[in-house]
Design a protein around this ligand. Structure first.
Ligand code: PA5
Length: 472
Protein backbone atom coordinates (compact mmCIF):
# COMPACT_ATOMS: atom_id res chain seq x y z
CA UNK A 1 0.00 0.00 0.00
CA UNK A 2 1.49 3.36 -0.74
CA UNK A 3 0.82 6.17 -3.15
CA UNK A 4 -2.16 8.29 -4.19
CA UNK A 5 -5.46 7.74 -2.47
CA UNK A 6 -4.46 4.31 -1.26
CA UNK A 7 -4.30 3.76 2.43
CA UNK A 8 -0.91 2.66 3.75
CA UNK A 9 0.43 0.48 6.53
CA UNK A 10 3.74 1.30 8.20
CA UNK A 11 4.88 -1.49 10.52
CA UNK A 12 8.41 -0.24 11.17
CA UNK A 13 7.82 0.25 14.87
CA UNK A 14 6.58 -3.29 15.32
CA UNK A 15 9.99 -4.63 14.35
CA UNK A 16 12.99 -5.46 16.53
CA UNK A 17 15.48 -3.94 14.09
CA UNK A 18 13.72 -0.60 14.59
CA UNK A 19 12.62 -0.46 18.23
CA UNK A 20 15.15 -2.82 19.74
CA UNK A 21 15.62 -6.52 20.22
CA UNK A 22 13.70 -7.64 23.26
CA UNK A 23 10.78 -5.37 22.41
CA UNK A 24 9.98 -5.70 18.74
CA UNK A 25 9.28 -8.62 16.42
CA UNK A 26 12.24 -10.32 14.78
CA UNK A 27 11.55 -10.28 11.03
CA UNK A 28 12.73 -13.90 10.97
CA UNK A 29 9.71 -14.78 13.10
CA UNK A 30 7.51 -13.37 10.32
CA UNK A 31 9.51 -15.30 7.72
CA UNK A 32 8.99 -18.46 9.76
CA UNK A 33 5.25 -17.80 9.82
CA UNK A 34 5.15 -16.99 6.09
CA UNK A 35 4.15 -20.51 4.91
CA UNK A 36 1.25 -20.55 7.39
CA UNK A 37 0.26 -17.06 6.36
CA UNK A 38 0.32 -18.19 2.75
CA UNK A 39 -1.98 -21.10 3.64
CA UNK A 40 -4.31 -18.70 5.45
CA UNK A 41 -4.47 -16.45 2.42
CA UNK A 42 -5.02 -19.45 0.12
CA UNK A 43 -7.84 -20.77 2.27
CA UNK A 44 -9.64 -17.41 2.31
CA UNK A 45 -9.04 -16.94 -1.43
CA UNK A 46 -10.26 -20.41 -2.35
CA UNK A 47 -13.34 -20.18 -0.16
CA UNK A 48 -14.29 -16.61 -0.97
CA UNK A 49 -17.99 -16.16 -1.48
CA UNK A 50 -18.70 -19.49 0.20
CA UNK A 51 -19.96 -20.27 3.70
CA UNK A 52 -19.44 -17.30 5.99
CA UNK A 53 -17.07 -15.66 3.51
CA UNK A 54 -20.01 -14.23 1.56
CA UNK A 55 -18.89 -10.71 2.57
CA UNK A 56 -15.75 -10.99 0.41
CA UNK A 57 -17.97 -10.63 -2.68
CA UNK A 58 -19.95 -7.59 -1.52
CA UNK A 59 -17.84 -5.14 -3.55
CA UNK A 60 -18.72 -7.07 -6.72
CA UNK A 61 -22.19 -8.57 -6.52
CA UNK A 62 -24.46 -5.70 -5.51
CA UNK A 63 -25.01 -3.69 -8.70
CA UNK A 64 -28.81 -4.01 -8.62
CA UNK A 65 -28.96 -3.65 -4.86
CA UNK A 66 -26.96 -0.43 -4.98
CA UNK A 67 -29.41 0.94 -7.58
CA UNK A 68 -32.31 0.06 -5.30
CA UNK A 69 -30.59 1.49 -2.22
CA UNK A 70 -30.01 4.79 -4.00
CA UNK A 71 -33.60 4.95 -5.22
CA UNK A 72 -35.01 4.24 -1.76
CA UNK A 73 -32.51 6.65 -0.19
CA UNK A 74 -33.65 9.43 -2.53
CA UNK A 75 -37.28 8.83 -1.51
CA UNK A 76 -36.34 8.84 2.18
CA UNK A 77 -34.43 12.11 1.79
CA UNK A 78 -37.41 13.74 0.12
CA UNK A 79 -40.02 12.64 2.59
CA UNK A 80 -38.43 12.40 6.03
CA UNK A 81 -36.61 14.66 8.49
CA UNK A 82 -35.03 11.82 10.46
CA UNK A 83 -33.76 8.32 9.71
CA UNK A 84 -33.50 6.00 12.70
CA UNK A 85 -31.63 2.71 12.61
CA UNK A 86 -32.96 0.15 15.08
CA UNK A 87 -30.29 -2.50 15.49
CA UNK A 88 -27.39 -3.59 17.64
CA UNK A 89 -23.86 -5.00 17.30
CA UNK A 90 -22.98 -5.55 13.66
CA UNK A 91 -26.31 -4.05 12.66
CA UNK A 92 -25.44 -0.71 14.25
CA UNK A 93 -21.70 -0.15 14.65
CA UNK A 94 -21.00 0.05 10.91
CA UNK A 95 -23.69 2.65 10.16
CA UNK A 96 -22.47 4.73 13.12
CA UNK A 97 -18.81 4.44 12.10
CA UNK A 98 -19.34 5.36 8.46
CA UNK A 99 -21.63 8.27 9.23
CA UNK A 100 -19.14 9.71 11.71
CA UNK A 101 -16.22 9.16 9.36
CA UNK A 102 -17.75 10.58 6.22
CA UNK A 103 -20.27 13.20 7.22
CA UNK A 104 -20.10 16.43 9.16
CA UNK A 105 -19.13 15.77 12.78
CA UNK A 106 -22.21 17.62 13.97
CA UNK A 107 -24.52 16.38 11.21
CA UNK A 108 -27.73 16.32 13.23
CA UNK A 109 -27.16 19.85 14.48
CA UNK A 110 -26.67 21.34 11.01
CA UNK A 111 -29.63 23.26 9.62
CA UNK A 112 -31.49 21.19 6.95
CA UNK A 113 -30.12 23.36 4.11
CA UNK A 114 -26.58 22.42 5.07
CA UNK A 115 -27.31 18.72 5.50
CA UNK A 116 -27.56 16.48 2.45
CA UNK A 117 -30.10 14.18 4.09
CA UNK A 118 -32.21 13.66 7.20
CA UNK A 119 -30.88 13.53 10.73
CA UNK A 120 -29.48 10.09 11.54
CA UNK A 121 -29.95 8.26 14.82
CA UNK A 122 -28.63 4.75 15.42
CA UNK A 123 -30.32 3.23 18.43
CA UNK A 124 -27.90 0.52 19.45
CA UNK A 125 -29.04 0.10 23.03
CA UNK A 126 -32.17 -0.48 25.06
CA UNK A 127 -31.48 1.91 27.88
CA UNK A 128 -35.05 3.04 28.58
CA UNK A 129 -33.92 6.64 28.98
CA UNK A 130 -32.43 6.54 25.53
CA UNK A 131 -35.63 5.49 23.77
CA UNK A 132 -37.54 8.12 25.74
CA UNK A 133 -35.03 10.76 24.73
CA UNK A 134 -35.23 9.77 21.06
CA UNK A 135 -38.98 10.15 21.11
CA UNK A 136 -38.51 13.59 22.65
CA UNK A 137 -36.48 14.84 19.68
CA UNK A 138 -38.08 13.20 16.64
CA UNK A 139 -41.47 13.65 15.04
CA UNK A 140 -42.48 10.05 14.22
CA UNK A 141 -44.75 11.33 11.46
CA UNK A 142 -41.63 12.69 9.72
CA UNK A 143 -39.31 9.77 10.57
CA UNK A 144 -38.28 6.64 8.72
CA UNK A 145 -37.16 3.63 10.80
CA UNK A 146 -34.73 1.06 9.42
CA UNK A 147 -35.05 -2.13 11.48
CA UNK A 148 -31.88 -4.16 10.95
CA UNK A 149 -31.42 -7.67 12.23
CA UNK A 150 -29.77 -10.52 10.40
CA UNK A 151 -31.26 -13.16 12.69
CA UNK A 152 -34.59 -11.36 12.66
CA UNK A 153 -34.98 -12.25 16.29
CA UNK A 154 -32.61 -10.12 18.39
CA UNK A 155 -34.49 -9.10 21.52
CA UNK A 156 -33.06 -5.57 21.68
CA UNK A 157 -34.01 -4.80 18.10
CA UNK A 158 -37.38 -6.52 18.12
CA UNK A 159 -38.34 -4.75 21.34
CA UNK A 160 -37.53 -1.46 19.63
CA UNK A 161 -39.60 -2.58 16.66
CA UNK A 162 -42.57 -3.32 18.95
CA UNK A 163 -42.36 0.13 20.53
CA UNK A 164 -41.96 2.00 17.26
CA UNK A 165 -44.51 0.08 15.20
CA UNK A 166 -47.13 0.51 17.91
CA UNK A 167 -46.36 4.24 18.07
CA UNK A 168 -46.51 4.59 14.30
CA UNK A 169 -49.84 2.78 14.10
CA UNK A 170 -51.16 5.19 16.70
CA UNK A 171 -49.68 8.38 15.29
CA UNK A 172 -49.67 7.75 11.54
CA UNK A 173 -52.44 5.22 11.15
CA UNK A 174 -52.91 3.36 7.91
CA UNK A 175 -49.76 4.38 6.10
CA UNK A 176 -47.51 3.40 9.02
CA UNK A 177 -45.79 0.65 7.03
CA UNK A 178 -44.23 3.21 4.68
CA UNK A 179 -42.23 4.50 7.69
CA UNK A 180 -40.46 1.18 8.21
CA UNK A 181 -37.70 -0.42 6.18
CA UNK A 182 -36.64 -3.92 7.15
CA UNK A 183 -33.10 -5.19 6.57
CA UNK A 184 -32.81 -8.86 7.36
CA UNK A 185 -32.17 -12.40 6.21
CA UNK A 186 -34.19 -13.69 3.28
CA UNK A 187 -35.91 -16.42 5.28
CA UNK A 188 -34.57 -16.71 8.83
CA UNK A 189 -36.29 -15.08 11.81
CA UNK A 190 -39.41 -13.06 12.43
CA UNK A 191 -38.61 -9.76 10.77
CA UNK A 192 -38.84 -11.10 7.23
CA UNK A 193 -42.26 -12.54 7.99
CA UNK A 194 -43.42 -9.27 9.50
CA UNK A 195 -42.02 -7.37 6.53
CA UNK A 196 -43.95 -9.55 4.11
CA UNK A 197 -47.15 -9.39 6.12
CA UNK A 198 -47.02 -5.62 6.60
CA UNK A 199 -45.55 -4.74 3.20
CA UNK A 200 -42.41 -3.02 4.50
CA UNK A 201 -39.74 -2.00 2.02
CA UNK A 202 -37.16 -4.75 2.52
CA UNK A 203 -33.46 -5.26 1.96
CA UNK A 204 -31.92 -8.69 2.26
CA UNK A 205 -28.64 -9.34 4.07
CA UNK A 206 -27.00 -11.89 1.78
CA UNK A 207 -26.02 -15.37 2.92
CA UNK A 208 -22.53 -15.65 4.30
CA UNK A 209 -22.52 -12.07 5.60
CA UNK A 210 -22.42 -12.07 9.40
CA UNK A 211 -23.40 -8.98 11.36
CA UNK A 212 -19.90 -7.61 11.95
CA UNK A 213 -18.94 -8.19 8.31
CA UNK A 214 -22.08 -6.53 6.95
CA UNK A 215 -21.25 -2.83 6.70
CA UNK A 216 -20.73 -3.03 2.94
CA UNK A 217 -24.15 -4.72 2.49
CA UNK A 218 -27.53 -2.95 2.74
CA UNK A 219 -26.99 -2.95 6.53
CA UNK A 220 -24.57 -0.07 6.18
CA UNK A 221 -25.09 1.14 2.65
CA UNK A 222 -28.69 2.27 3.09
CA UNK A 223 -28.09 4.61 6.03
CA UNK A 224 -24.97 5.90 4.27
CA UNK A 225 -26.82 6.59 1.01
CA UNK A 226 -29.69 8.25 2.88
CA UNK A 227 -27.13 10.63 4.38
CA UNK A 228 -25.62 11.42 0.98
CA UNK A 229 -22.51 9.25 1.20
CA UNK A 230 -21.07 7.94 -2.06
CA UNK A 231 -21.59 4.22 -1.45
CA UNK A 232 -20.25 3.30 -4.89
CA UNK A 233 -16.91 4.87 -3.94
CA UNK A 234 -16.91 2.89 -0.70
CA UNK A 235 -17.35 -0.33 -2.65
CA UNK A 236 -14.63 0.74 -5.11
CA UNK A 237 -12.29 1.27 -2.16
CA UNK A 238 -13.10 -2.22 -0.89
CA UNK A 239 -12.34 -3.61 -4.35
CA UNK A 240 -8.95 -1.92 -4.38
CA UNK A 241 -8.10 -3.42 -1.00
CA UNK A 242 -9.33 -6.81 -2.14
CA UNK A 243 -6.97 -6.61 -5.13
CA UNK A 244 -4.01 -5.98 -2.83
CA UNK A 245 -5.04 -9.03 -0.79
CA UNK A 246 -4.75 -11.45 -3.70
CA UNK A 247 -1.11 -12.12 -2.94
CA UNK A 248 0.05 -14.94 -0.66
CA UNK A 249 3.39 -13.31 0.18
CA UNK A 250 3.15 -12.05 3.73
CA UNK A 251 5.47 -9.12 2.94
CA UNK A 252 3.30 -7.98 0.01
CA UNK A 253 -0.26 -8.39 1.23
CA UNK A 254 -1.01 -5.70 3.88
CA UNK A 255 -3.87 -7.53 5.61
CA UNK A 256 -1.83 -10.73 5.71
CA UNK A 257 1.20 -8.91 7.12
CA UNK A 258 -1.01 -7.25 9.71
CA UNK A 259 -2.54 -10.58 10.78
CA UNK A 260 0.90 -12.23 10.91
CA UNK A 261 2.40 -9.40 12.99
CA UNK A 262 -0.48 -9.35 15.47
CA UNK A 263 -0.27 -13.15 15.67
CA UNK A 264 3.45 -13.05 16.50
CA UNK A 265 2.97 -10.05 18.79
CA UNK A 266 0.33 -11.97 20.70
CA UNK A 267 1.80 -15.46 20.80
CA UNK A 268 5.54 -14.68 21.12
CA UNK A 269 5.63 -11.22 22.68
CA UNK A 270 2.66 -11.33 25.05
CA UNK A 271 0.80 -8.50 23.29
CA UNK A 272 -2.63 -9.74 24.28
CA UNK A 273 -4.06 -6.28 23.78
CA UNK A 274 -4.26 -4.18 20.65
CA UNK A 275 -4.95 -0.51 21.19
CA UNK A 276 -6.55 1.11 18.18
CA UNK A 277 -5.72 4.79 18.25
CA UNK A 278 -7.06 7.03 15.48
CA UNK A 279 -5.90 10.63 15.49
CA UNK A 280 -9.17 12.01 14.12
CA UNK A 281 -12.52 12.50 15.83
CA UNK A 282 -14.23 11.28 12.70
CA UNK A 283 -12.58 7.85 13.07
CA UNK A 284 -13.49 7.33 16.71
CA UNK A 285 -16.42 5.09 15.83
CA UNK A 286 -14.34 3.19 13.28
CA UNK A 287 -12.27 2.17 16.32
CA UNK A 288 -15.49 0.99 17.97
CA UNK A 289 -16.47 -0.97 14.89
CA UNK A 290 -13.00 -2.54 14.73
CA UNK A 291 -13.20 -3.57 18.37
CA UNK A 292 -16.37 -5.57 17.76
CA UNK A 293 -14.93 -7.16 14.63
CA UNK A 294 -11.69 -8.18 16.34
CA UNK A 295 -13.20 -9.24 19.68
CA UNK A 296 -16.27 -11.13 18.57
CA UNK A 297 -14.45 -12.85 15.72
CA UNK A 298 -11.29 -13.90 17.48
CA UNK A 299 -12.07 -14.44 21.15
CA UNK A 300 -12.74 -18.18 21.07
CA UNK A 301 -12.35 -21.19 23.36
CA UNK A 302 -12.14 -23.97 20.80
CA UNK A 303 -10.28 -24.56 17.53
CA UNK A 304 -12.04 -25.61 14.36
CA UNK A 305 -10.98 -29.17 15.13
CA UNK A 306 -12.55 -29.00 18.56
CA UNK A 307 -9.41 -28.55 20.66
CA UNK A 308 -9.92 -26.47 23.80
CA UNK A 309 -8.05 -23.14 23.65
CA UNK A 310 -8.61 -19.63 24.90
CA UNK A 311 -7.33 -17.30 22.23
CA UNK A 312 -7.80 -13.78 21.00
CA UNK A 313 -6.26 -10.36 21.31
CA UNK A 314 -8.32 -7.89 23.31
CA UNK A 315 -9.03 -4.71 21.34
CA UNK A 316 -9.03 -1.41 23.19
CA UNK A 317 -10.21 1.79 21.61
CA UNK A 318 -8.59 5.12 22.25
CA UNK A 319 -8.60 8.51 20.57
CA UNK A 320 -5.71 10.78 19.78
CA UNK A 321 -4.99 13.27 21.19
CA UNK A 322 -7.73 12.98 23.81
CA UNK A 323 -6.40 9.77 25.34
CA UNK A 324 -2.84 11.06 25.58
CA UNK A 325 -4.29 12.77 28.64
CA UNK A 326 -6.00 9.63 29.85
CA UNK A 327 -4.56 6.26 28.75
CA UNK A 328 -1.09 6.99 27.34
CA UNK A 329 0.67 6.70 30.69
CA UNK A 330 -0.42 3.06 30.79
CA UNK A 331 0.74 2.43 27.24
CA UNK A 332 4.22 3.86 27.77
CA UNK A 333 4.96 2.53 31.27
CA UNK A 334 2.45 -0.22 32.07
CA UNK A 335 2.86 -3.92 31.27
CA UNK A 336 4.40 -5.02 27.99
CA UNK A 337 1.15 -6.59 26.87
CA UNK A 338 0.05 -4.28 24.07
CA UNK A 339 0.61 -3.29 20.47
CA UNK A 340 -0.66 0.13 19.46
CA UNK A 341 -2.21 0.80 16.04
CA UNK A 342 -2.25 4.47 15.12
CA UNK A 343 -4.55 5.68 12.38
CA UNK A 344 -3.07 8.80 10.86
CA UNK A 345 -4.84 11.19 8.49
CA UNK A 346 -2.57 13.08 6.10
CA UNK A 347 -5.04 15.69 4.95
CA UNK A 348 -8.00 16.76 7.04
CA UNK A 349 -11.13 18.12 5.36
CA UNK A 350 -11.04 21.32 7.38
CA UNK A 351 -8.22 23.24 8.95
CA UNK A 352 -8.10 25.61 11.91
CA UNK A 353 -5.42 28.26 12.01
CA UNK A 354 -4.09 29.19 15.43
CA UNK A 355 -3.78 32.97 15.71
CA UNK A 356 -0.80 34.74 17.23
CA UNK A 357 -1.20 36.02 20.75
CA UNK A 358 -0.07 35.73 24.37
CA UNK A 359 3.37 36.94 23.28
CA UNK A 360 4.37 37.33 26.94
CA UNK A 361 4.25 33.54 27.35
CA UNK A 362 6.76 31.88 25.06
CA UNK A 363 5.27 28.40 25.55
CA UNK A 364 1.87 29.64 24.35
CA UNK A 365 3.08 32.15 21.74
CA UNK A 366 4.96 29.46 19.78
CA UNK A 367 1.59 27.96 18.79
CA UNK A 368 0.64 31.13 16.91
CA UNK A 369 0.78 30.79 13.12
CA UNK A 370 0.51 27.01 13.24
CA UNK A 371 -2.64 24.96 12.62
CA UNK A 372 -4.57 22.35 14.56
CA UNK A 373 -3.70 19.89 11.79
CA UNK A 374 0.00 20.49 12.44
CA UNK A 375 -0.50 20.25 16.18
CA UNK A 376 -2.43 16.97 16.10
CA UNK A 377 0.16 15.37 13.79
CA UNK A 378 3.04 16.67 15.91
CA UNK A 379 1.38 15.15 18.96
CA UNK A 380 0.83 11.87 17.12
CA UNK A 381 4.51 11.79 16.19
CA UNK A 382 5.44 12.68 19.76
CA UNK A 383 3.35 9.79 21.07
CA UNK A 384 4.83 7.43 18.51
CA UNK A 385 8.31 8.48 19.61
CA UNK A 386 7.47 8.08 23.30
CA UNK A 387 6.16 4.56 22.66
CA UNK A 388 9.26 3.59 20.66
CA UNK A 389 11.57 5.03 23.29
CA UNK A 390 9.79 2.92 25.89
CA UNK A 391 10.16 -0.15 23.67
CA UNK A 392 6.44 -0.43 22.88
CA UNK A 393 5.36 -2.00 19.60
CA UNK A 394 3.29 0.31 17.45
CA UNK A 395 2.33 0.70 13.82
CA UNK A 396 0.51 3.24 11.69
CA UNK A 397 -2.30 2.94 9.19
CA UNK A 398 -2.07 6.00 6.97
CA UNK A 399 -5.14 7.54 5.34
CA UNK A 400 -4.13 10.13 2.72
CA UNK A 401 -7.58 11.63 3.31
CA UNK A 402 -10.89 10.55 4.78
CA UNK A 403 -13.20 9.75 1.89
CA UNK A 404 -15.70 7.08 0.93
CA UNK A 405 -12.92 5.48 -1.12
CA UNK A 406 -10.36 5.29 1.70
CA UNK A 407 -12.96 4.22 4.28
CA UNK A 408 -14.04 1.40 1.96
CA UNK A 409 -10.41 0.29 1.82
CA UNK A 410 -10.02 0.52 5.59
CA UNK A 411 -13.12 -1.51 6.40
CA UNK A 412 -12.19 -4.24 3.95
CA UNK A 413 -8.59 -4.25 5.22
CA UNK A 414 -9.76 -4.88 8.78
CA UNK A 415 -12.23 -7.54 7.67
CA UNK A 416 -9.62 -9.39 5.63
CA UNK A 417 -7.07 -9.12 8.46
CA UNK A 418 -9.64 -10.65 10.81
CA UNK A 419 -10.34 -13.52 8.40
CA UNK A 420 -6.58 -14.25 8.07
CA UNK A 421 -6.12 -14.06 11.82
CA UNK A 422 -8.95 -16.57 12.28
CA UNK A 423 -7.09 -18.92 9.91
CA UNK A 424 -3.79 -18.49 11.75
CA UNK A 425 -5.48 -19.16 15.07
CA UNK A 426 -7.44 -22.04 13.49
CA UNK A 427 -10.69 -20.84 15.01
CA UNK A 428 -14.11 -20.05 13.58
CA UNK A 429 -13.97 -16.28 13.22
CA UNK A 430 -17.59 -16.06 12.14
CA UNK A 431 -19.57 -17.43 15.07
CA UNK A 432 -20.19 -15.98 18.52
CA UNK A 433 -21.26 -18.77 20.88
CA UNK A 434 -20.20 -16.76 23.93
CA UNK A 435 -22.77 -14.13 23.00
CA UNK A 436 -25.49 -16.71 22.46
CA UNK A 437 -25.02 -17.95 26.03
CA UNK A 438 -25.71 -14.49 27.42
CA UNK A 439 -28.80 -14.11 25.21
CA UNK A 440 -30.20 -17.41 26.45
CA UNK A 441 -29.59 -16.48 30.07
CA UNK A 442 -31.24 -13.05 29.63
CA UNK A 443 -34.36 -14.62 28.16
CA UNK A 444 -34.43 -17.06 31.05
CA UNK A 445 -34.22 -14.14 33.50
CA UNK A 446 -37.07 -12.35 31.73
CA UNK A 447 -39.23 -15.44 32.16
CA UNK A 448 -39.49 -16.72 28.59
CA UNK A 449 -41.75 -19.78 28.68
CA UNK A 450 -39.77 -21.92 26.19
CA UNK A 451 -38.35 -25.22 27.41
CA UNK A 452 -34.70 -24.31 26.84
CA UNK A 453 -35.16 -21.13 28.87
CA UNK A 454 -36.77 -23.05 31.71
CA UNK A 455 -33.75 -25.38 31.71
CA UNK A 456 -31.42 -22.39 31.72
CA UNK A 457 -33.34 -20.90 34.67
CA UNK A 458 -32.85 -24.12 36.56
CA UNK A 459 -29.15 -24.14 35.74
CA UNK A 460 -28.83 -20.51 36.82
CA UNK A 461 -30.57 -21.25 40.10
CA UNK A 462 -27.77 -23.70 40.83
CA UNK A 463 -25.13 -20.94 40.94
CA UNK A 464 -23.23 -20.45 44.20
CA UNK A 465 -25.38 -18.44 46.62
CA UNK A 466 -24.24 -14.85 47.09
CA UNK A 467 -22.73 -14.02 50.48
CA UNK A 468 -23.69 -11.02 52.54
CA UNK A 469 -20.05 -10.33 53.46
CA UNK A 470 -19.30 -9.58 49.80
CA UNK A 471 -22.12 -7.04 49.59
CA UNK A 472 -21.39 -3.64 51.06
O1 PA5 B 1 -21.60 -9.75 14.46
C1 PA5 B 1 -22.61 -10.30 14.83
O2 PA5 B 1 -23.08 -11.32 14.27
C2 PA5 B 1 -23.39 -9.76 15.99
O3 PA5 B 1 -22.74 -8.72 16.64
C3 PA5 B 1 -24.75 -9.29 15.54
O4 PA5 B 1 -24.60 -8.28 14.58
C4 PA5 B 1 -25.61 -8.77 16.69
O5 PA5 B 1 -25.71 -9.73 17.69
C5 PA5 B 1 -27.00 -8.44 16.19
O6 PA5 B 1 -27.55 -9.54 15.55
P1 PA5 B 1 -28.72 -9.41 14.52
O7 PA5 B 1 -28.25 -8.65 13.35
O8 PA5 B 1 -29.07 -10.81 14.19
O9 PA5 B 1 -29.82 -8.71 15.23
Amino acid sequence: MGEGKRIGLDVNNMMADIIGMPYGIDSEAVDALAPYAQMAQKSVRENRGKGMLGWTELPYNQAEIVDKIEAVAARVRERFDAFVVLGIGGSALGPIAVQQALNHLRWNELPPGKRNGPKLYVEDNIDPERMASLLDVIDVKRTCFNVITKSGATAETMSQYLIISELLRREVGEGFASHIIATTDKSRGNLIQLARAEGFETFIIPDGVGGRFSELSPVGLLAAAVCGIDIRAMLEGAKLMDATCQCGDVWQNPALLEAALQYVAMTDMGANIQVILPYADSLKSIADWFCQLWAESLGKNVTRKGMAVNVGQTPVKALGVTDQHSQLQMYTEGPYDKAVTFIKVEKFRAETAIPHGCEQFADVAFLGGKTHGQLIEAERQGTEYALCRAGRMNQTIVLPEISAYTIGQLLYFFEMTTAYMGELLDIDAFNQPGVEESKLASFAVLGDEGEKFARKREEMAGQAARREKYRL
